[in-house]
Write a protein that binds this ligand. Structure first.
Ligand code: SD4
Length: 325
């Protein structure tokens, strides 16, 4: 674990900061979830804390929940300690880092990029796809060309020192076995609601370490890694993308909430569905995070170890998710 993460874990979990009205939802049964405070921002894993802080600060500055979820994950895209997000992320089998990202607002607008190289902020490129093109998803060289035409800086294609070291070690055996919770699972998914009930979400990743060249995960697939609907709620996913795509995980959760499930019940049902449709589930981690329009929160993963950060205007805390196993 990096020094930065150790520090965050110690300073936050160590002092047991609780978020009024929400932490209780995780101590008690999902039926007893309390109404959440708004605005509310949720994001996956430890790096969700600084990302939430960046999102809340942007929300205060511009008042836009879309700006907030973009700015929040941009912080993670620049985090040199994170080897699963941004250009510092672990590469594919050929030694090339390729990025996936998506963004969505509660009115159904969405955009994404996948298999994109040399762009530091794929989330902002996903926003360009959403706002400036007639399309939803642009991939590979096309996405890089769009970045160039939109004036995004194109970075030199070289691995970060940590990614290079890890890749050199991996090449010795070239074995592909996802490790639960660590290395392969650090994607950031962020969902948020403002005080008026407007929702937005973002998701950005370098995907699975040592994936096949050209592999795309769930994160840029609308409905798999991210889904947002102002009428119901929002969900995002982390973990082995193939398992999440198979059940349209985030869309499934929003639809279950539409049918009356709480965010917690919906996340649990989606994990059960995913487990029933996947093989070798003991070696696979996946987790979901959800919010409904009342500001209730849910989170659930296959294995223990998944956590998320929950931020309001006055608090920001890490919370451990419950899990199937
Ligand atoms: C993927 N879902 O590409 C991403 C990886 C991930 O935490 O979430 N890592 O499959």
């Amino acid at each position: 674990m990096s020094e930065r993460r150790k520090f965050i874990k110690k300073s936050i979990l160590g002092s047991a900061i609780l978020v009024p009205g929400i932490s209780g939802a995780f101590a008690n049964s999902s039926k007893k979830e309390l109404l959440g405070e708004k605005p509310l921002i949720l994001s996956t894993w430890n790096h969700g804390l600084p990302a939430n802080a960046a999102a809340i600060s942007k929300l205060k500055e511009t008042g836009s929940i879309l700006d907030a979820v973009e700015a929040g994950v941009m912080d993670t895209e620049l985090d040199m300690d994170n080897l699963s997000v941004g250009l510092q992320g672990l590469p594919d089998r050929e030694g090339i880092t390729t990025l996936d990202a998506s963004i969505m607002t509660g009115d159904g607008s969405c955009g994404s990029v996948a298999f994109v190289r040399q762009v530091k902020h794929p989330i902002s490129l996903a926003r360009v796809v959403m706002e400036k093109t007639p399309h939803v998803m642009i991939v590979g060289e096309g996405a890089r060309q769009l970045a160039i035409s939109e004036g995004f800086p194109i970075e030199k294609e070289e691995l970060s020192p940590k990614a290079k070291e890890a890749y050199e070690k991996w090449k010795v055996t070239s074995k592909y076995k996802p490790v639960i919770n660590i290395e392969n699972h650090d994607t950031i998914g962020m969902i948020g609601i403002d005080k008026n009930g407007q929702m937005a979400g973002s998701c950005t990743t370098s995907g699975l370490a040592y994936k096949m060249h050209g592999r795309v995960g769930d994160s840029p697939i609308i409905g798999a890694g991210l889904y947002v609907d102002n009428e119901v709620g929002a969900a995002t996913a982390t973990g082995l993308g193939e398992t999440i795509i198979r059940v349209c995980g985030s869309f499934l959760i929003v639809e279950l909430m539409r049918q009356g499930r709480t965010p917690q019940e919906a996340c649990e049902e989606a994990v059960r569905r995913l487990v029933s449709k996947s093989k070798n589930i003991k070696d696979v981690q996946a987790g979901f995070l959800a919010i409904n329009k009342e500001g209730q929160v849910g989170a659930y993963a296959i294995h223990p170890g998944f956590n998320f950060a929950q931020g309001t205007l006055s608090s920001n805390a890490l919370i451990d998710s419950k899990s199937y196993f």
